[in-house]
Write a protein that binds this ligand. Sequence first.
Ligand SMILES: Cc1cc2nc3c(=O)[nH]c(=O)nc-3n(C[C@H](O)[C@H](O)[C@H](O)COP(=O)(O)O)c2cc1C
Length: 410
Amino acid sequence: MTSPVFSSFVLPCGITLPNRLAKAAMEENMADAGQIPGAVLLRLYKRWAEGSTGLLITGNVMIDGRAMTGPGGVVLDKHSDIAPFEAWARAAKQNNTRVVMQLNHPGRQVYAAMGGDVLSPSDVALDLGKHSHLFSKPRAMTLQDIEQLIQRFADSAVKAEQAGFDGVQIHAAHGYLISQFLSPLTNQRKDEYGGSIENRMRLLIEVIKAIREQVSATFIVAVKINSADFQRGGFDADDAKVVVLAMNELAVDLVELSGGSYESPAMQGNTADGRTLQREAYFLDFAKEIAQAATMPIMTTGGVRRLAVAEEVLAQGIDIVGMGTALALNPALPNDWKKDATLSAHDPMVRWKDKTLSALATMAVVKRQLQRMGNGKPPKSNVSPLFSLVSDRIRIKKLTTRYKRYLANR
Ligand SMILES: Cc1cc2nc3c(=O)[nH]c(=O)nc-3n(C[C@H](O)[C@H](O)[C@H](O)COP(=O)(O)O)c2cc1C
């Protein structure tokens, strides 16, 4: 019997996904000079498409080149040349795969070494203990900044549609700008964008509406939110339910539930408030509960490495199973599962004493797989975390120098 994971799924906008598996967004940091997609990214996405994952969500694409999650990120704004993006969409859409571009603004989660504009709802700096100095204190956004931000999200979505992407995903999770608005810890505003959850979610709702008004009805508009921040006093599951109820009224095609931020890396299975997540499918319990309030399809991402776990996620009423790490270590996992249902993807989780360094090292191991695939090589699971972390830092340093030139010449 074929697994339900391989059944197709029709999104509200009418687009059919060939199966229930999605590659979750993973920031590649592999843009060509000028912060545009090039041959390396195309090779990587072709590989994923060949592996038969039904939906590919790109790593976060920046809506403003002055504010980046990393120095090798891709930027798409209304002035961007469309051709490199058309090539990227084409590479990702081989083999009947659907491709959605994740759009993001980092807010305060910008490395100080990179420079640029560090904005946030309020001027609350990141608290990473002894690593806090890596980030600058943000400037609280004015109402005019908010208005421009909403327009930027819509401009990037329009460009993504013109380039041939099947949709966009608004990144409202993981402690980035929209998530900073959602959390009472980072949003201390006294105006209509702060205070109650109705006010804290206003920015997200306005971004969704602005995008929907400017793209076609058949274009996927998806949203990624935290099921909780996993920080005391932060955005919690009750807040997430209110946000989902509000999104029920808008034409949202897919809501992806994740969790955490740089301060509390729950998306890697570690929380700052000490709450324990499931060992696999970290957010399934939260997703199940939040899904009860949802009328749109739901996806959850985090910790899925085995087909049996993906099937369990679907059995609990979730529509799409997101995977990041597993598909970085094996881009052909869906095809391989068709041949061997017991196959498990390697788990590269690094468990050093310093949680921040462990999280960075785990990311570095995963990113190295993306770089290998971008350079036409197969992934390699047994790489040294320390070596990966050091080489990632060196790479970032070089990319930061290049990004600073881009920033100066804009
Ligand atoms: C290298 C790397 C980069 C990531 N970049 C993004 C990103 O750009 N946007 C996003 O929403 N999540 C990002 N994530 C989080 C993943 O989408 C996912 O939520 C997380 O890795 C947990 O799922 P997994 O256990 O299947 O990897 C990233 C994760 C990794 C490992």
